[in-house]
Design a protein around this ligand. Structure first.
Ligand code: NAD
Length: 313
């Protein structure tokens, strides 16, 4: 399928990144926003991304450790193409179109990426409203982290051209794109989405059936929960639990280092939603209590300088 125009619905943390990366990789990128106020909030995100892309390219000149897969191939760094790539960043930045018009955003879009708030009712309202503006050929994907695409497929005129494309935050350096089909997704739309992901310098990971948590979180969440249970239950120390994982698997970080990166508030919010945490006698309730004490003490993770570990500047 020939994709030229990519429209991202929602220009928050992820929507702005996806649009910027698509523009950087040569697509005609538009961000649809629901109000002028949303445009006002999105523009500074794009300004910041432009700076980050330029600074990352500059850093890559001097430091191979600064390499970011989403920006270029390693041999382009070696071949000294970084100044051309900086031009490409500025060009992309200048071309991204922000609009509140459905007609302008979706009328001739080839590929639509829905990245609005993680709320089923709001996503439903968005799909319902956008339908009259979509062309027959368009592929629509959702970036939802927790809602399954099958839940929304029948709202669209072409359920076979609807699926999930799930990015990770900071996509220029965390380039996984989980491509997940729902029961009605056609092979053609699935493969076109895989090809699109590659074309914006992502590494597509194919999820062949609906799975809450996709591939990564299906593995990561149980690991982190097991580590928290061992800690809260007094079975092992943070350091020993991490060492058990890193020293036996060769992984660079253990579950508590990962929790510090993700942020303890996110871990807390997920654990609070666990129905077992409602029972005050449960291990889950104890995890909630212990995480809350750390959050109340300002120990929320790497970004706060302290979580399970202490971080210097
Ligand atoms: N933040 C992450 O790390 C991350 C990672 C992967 C996937 N996601 C997913 O991406 C999606 C967006 O997440 P985010 O972190 O960018 O959120 P965000 O809150 O930063 O941005 C949401 C955007 O959607 C717009 N919006 C909110 N409600 C809307 C509505 N009812 N109609 C139209 N637009 C609306 C907001 O104006 C904003 O532009 C979610 O589905 C989330 O699960 C987020």
């Amino acid at each position: 399928m020939d994709i030229k125009k990519v429209t991202v619905a929602g220009g928050g943390v992820l929507g702005s990144q996806i649009a910027f990366q698509s523009a950087y990789c040569g697509y005609d990128a538009t961000i649809w926003l629901r109000s002028e106020a949303s445009i006002g909030r999105c523009q500074p995100k794009l300004d910041r991304l432009c700076e980050i892309y330029l600074q990352t390219l500059e850093a890559m000149k001097k430091d191979p450790e600064a390499y970011a897969y989403g920006l270029c191939a390693k041999d382009e760094v070696e071949a000294g193409h970084l100044d051309e790539l900086k031009q490409q960043v500025r060009h992309a930045y200048s071309l991204i179109n922000l609009t509140t018009s459905y007609e302008e955003a979706f009328g001739d879009a080839d590929f639509v990426i829905e990245a609005i708030a993680e709320n089923a009712e709001q996503k439903t309202a968005f799909y319902t409203t956008v339908v009259p503006y979509l062309s027959q050929k368009v592929i629509v994907v959702t970036n939802s982290s927790t809602l399954l695409p099958g839940q929304f497929a029948d709202l669209l005129p072409q359920p076979k051209q609807y699926l999930a494309l799930h990015f990770a935050n900071e996509i220029w350096k965390n380039p996984t794109a989980e491509v997940m089909r729902q029961a009605k997704t056609s092979d053609k739309a699935f493969e076109a989405t895989v090809a699109f992901a590659k074309s914006i310098r992502m590494v597509p990971l194919k999820v062949m059936k609906e799975q809450p948590g996709y591939l990564l979180n299906s593995m990561l969440v149980p690991l982190l929960n097991a580590a928290l249970s061992l800690w809260a239950g007094g079975v092992g120390s943070v350091e020993d639990i991490d060492a058990a994982w890193t020293m036996s698997t060769g992984a660079p970080a253990g579950p508590f280092r990962m929790l510090d990166i993700i942020g303890l508030t996110t871990a807390y919010n997920i654990m609070v939603m666990n129905p077992k945490a409602k029972d005050p006698a449960s291990l889950e309730a104890l995890i909630v209590k212990k995480l809350k004490a750390k959050i109340d003490a300002g120990e929320t993770g790497v970004s706060a300088g302290k979580g399970f570990y202490t971080y210097s500047e």
